[in-house]
Design a protein around this ligand. Sequence first.
Ligand code: PHE
Length: 338
Amino acid sequence: MNIKEIVDAVQAFVINSNHDLEQFRIQFLGSKGQIKELYGALKNVPNEDKRLVGQQINELRQIAEDKYALHKTTLSHATAETVELDLSRTGADAQIGSHHPLSLVRKEIIEIFNRIGYVVSEGPEIEDDWHNFSALNFPPEHPARDMQDTFFVEKGEQEMALRTHTSSVQVRVMENSKPPIRTISPGRVYRNEAISARAHCFFHQIEGLYIDKNVSFADLKQTLLFFAKELFGEKATIRLRPSYFPFTEPSAEVDVSCTLCHGKGCNVCKYSGWLEILGCGMVDPNVLDACGIDSTIYSGFAFGMGVERIAQLKYRVTDLRLYSENDIRFLKQFTPGI
Ligand code: PHE
C-alpha cells in the first residue's frame, strides 16, 4: 500500500469516542497495524530508496501518534466533565455580599441632606496647604494646625498634605461657585495617629456648608436638629457646647441624646445621657473673603462629622479597626446589598 494513501486515511479517520480511538490505534499503530506492515515491507525496497522511504514511514508514524495522543487527552477531559454534569442538580449557592457599614451610613446621611437641598461635592485627597489650612483661617505656624496631625507628602517641588478634613472640598466649592451654596462633602481623610480601637490614621467625614444672605445660628441649629431626628429617630434631641475651630466663629460641638438610653444614662453615654456627634459653627468671615465671597453680604454655617463615629452609634461597633480589616464575619452582619 502506498504511504500517501495511509497518511490520507490517518487524517480522514474520525475519532468521536474511546471506541473510535481504539480502532484507530489497532488500524495504524498496533502490532498488526498498517504502519508496522510498512516497516516490514521496507526490506523489499531497493537499497538506494531505503533511506527516503524509511523517512516517509517515520513521518507517517509521527502523524498517527500525534493524532492518537491529542484525541486521547480531549476524550479523557470530556469524560470527566460528562460525569460531573448533572443538569437536574440545583445551582451552587451564590454568595451575596453586603454593603460596608460605612457605605450604608454615608448613603443615609447624604440622603437626609439631599432632601433639604444639599448637593454632594468631592475633591482630591492630596491637598495643598491653601485648601487644607490657609484658606480656612489657619495662619502659618499657628498651633491650631496641630489639632490635626498631618501626613505631608512631596509632589515634585511642592509639599502637599493628605487632607485632614473635607473642609478642603468646601474651599474649592466656595472658590468656584456663587451663593446660595448648599453642599455636603463626603470623603476619606488622614491623620497621623497611632492605630488603636479609638483612633485610626484614616477615617471618613461628611462636612456640610450653607451660605446665603442672612443665614443665622438658629438656621444651623434647626438643620442639625432635623438631621438628628431623621438619623436617630423622632425622639432624638441635640445640645450645643461652645468649642473652637479656626474656620468657624462662633463654634460648637454637637451632642445627640443617647441613642440607647434616650438621656437616662447608661454605659454607652458614660451616664451623661449625651453622645458627641459633630463639630459646627458660623463660617468665619475671613474664610468667606479668602474664598472670594463677600462677607459683608453673605454669611453661612458649616458642620463636619465622622462617618465611623455615626456608624459606631448606629451599629454599636466599639473598635474602629474593624472597619478596615475586611473580616467577613464582621462585614456580613450588615444588610445584604440588593
Ligand atoms: N473640619 C472639622 C474637623 O475635621 C469639622 C468641622 C467642620 C467643624 C465644619 C466645624 C465646621 O474636625
